[in-house]
Write a protein that binds this ligand. Structure first.
Ligand code: C2E
Ligand code: MG
Ligand code: MG
Ligand code: MG
Length: 284
């Protein structure tokens, strides 16, 4: 019996491992296909001011929609793209599409402020990153002041000194920087004060229970106060209800994103949405 059980256990593990391997291979193939046939999509989520309930900016979020099959989440395919090196191509497509859309909206007078694009580690560490970005901005006709880049603590803490150099270079070109998912990584305050960033984005994990747990509320209050003392803007991520929005406003957190305001929207729907829904949020 023991032998049998051992055998089954082994079989169980190898089956689940190969299931993972098969899934990874499928996702990788789908991603290669999407790059080849140019069907990676970029969706946009509005950022709002909690004080005025007005639209103040937006974040670009990549989407991999397989025709007739379904959607693969970026949380699944971005890490895989990072491992396989496909992220360079993915990142370039996202940046180009985003700059193209934003340039059109700005020129039409429909959108002001900045569009934020997420950068992963390999992208951030490309030796010619600034040059590549400036070329795309120029080719798509978007001024650098309309672009913001989001990086996580993990991306910058790998080699903080080098990261500071890259961030300074981007800043000098007029591009703003935001530290994304703040609080979930491991950056030390000693580095935080040296990073040339303009914005802190407080991770959704701190916002979820902001009204249920005093500890969480105090934590957010402290992060907001610290960020303001450092001259940084603060954005709360993942705001889903009015009570959270109103608590954040009380804590002086001025900006937010979340399903309360809008889910990430495909380009075709984005303008319609900000014109209609956001203007009425505060009255609901
Ligand atoms: P992120 O940059 O922190 O983006 C926020 C994520 O939270 C997005 O998930 C967004 O759809 C989701 N979200 C926004 N509001 C709410 C809310 O109220 N409730 C809930 N439950 N979720 C909300 P998404 O689009 O699945 O992206 C996940 C992560 O994948 C992003 O986290 C980012 O790290 C990465 N990612 C997305 N697009 C790109 C990209 O173009 N390049 C790179 N390098 N990474 C990307
Ligand atoms: Mg982000
Ligand atoms: Mg985030
Ligand atoms: Mg995230």
């Amino acid at each position: 019996h023991a032998k049998n059980r051992g055998g089954n256990t082994y079989q169980f593990f190898s089956e689940s491992m190969s299931k993972n391997a098969v899934r990874r291979l499928q996702v990788e193939n789908q991603l290669r296909n999407a790059l080849k046939n140019n069907y990676l999509q970029v969706h946009y989520q509005p950022k709002v001011s909690l004080r005025t309930n007005k639209f103040v900016g937006l974040e670009a979020l990549v989407r991999l929609e397989i025709p007739d099959t379904g959607v693969i989440s970026p949380s699944e395919f971005i890490p895989l793209a990072e491992e396989t090196g496909l992220i360079i191509d993915v990142g370039e497509r996202v940046l180009r599409q985003t700059c193209r859309d934003m340039s059109e909206w700005v020129a039409a007078g429909a959108v002001q402020g900045r569009v934020a694009v997420n950068l992963s580690a390999k992208q951030f560490l490309q030796p010619d990153l600034t040059k590549r970005i400036m070329t795309i901005l120029q080719e798509e006709g978007l001024a650098a002041e309309h672009l913001e880049l989001e990086i996580t603590e993990g991306v910058v803490m790998d080699d903080p000194e080098r990261a500071i150099e890259i961030m300074t270079e981007l800043n000098n070109c007029g591009i703003h920087l935001a530290l994304d998912d703040f609080g979930t990584g491991y950056s030390s305050l000693a580095y935080l004060k040296r990073f040339p960033i303009q914005t802190l984005k407080i991770d959704k994990a701190f916002i979820d229970d902001i009204n249920g747990a005093e500890r969480d509320r105090n934590m957010v209050a402290s992060i907001v106060a610290m960020a303001h003392n450092m001259g940084l803007d603060v954005v709360a991520e993942g705001v889903v209800d009015h009570d959270q929005a109103s608590t954040l406003n009380t804590l002086n957190c001025e900006f937010a994103q979340g399903f309360l305001f809008a889910k990430p929207l495909r380009r075709e729907h984005f303008l319609d949405h900000i014109r209609t829904t956001l203007a009425t949020v505060k009255n609901t």
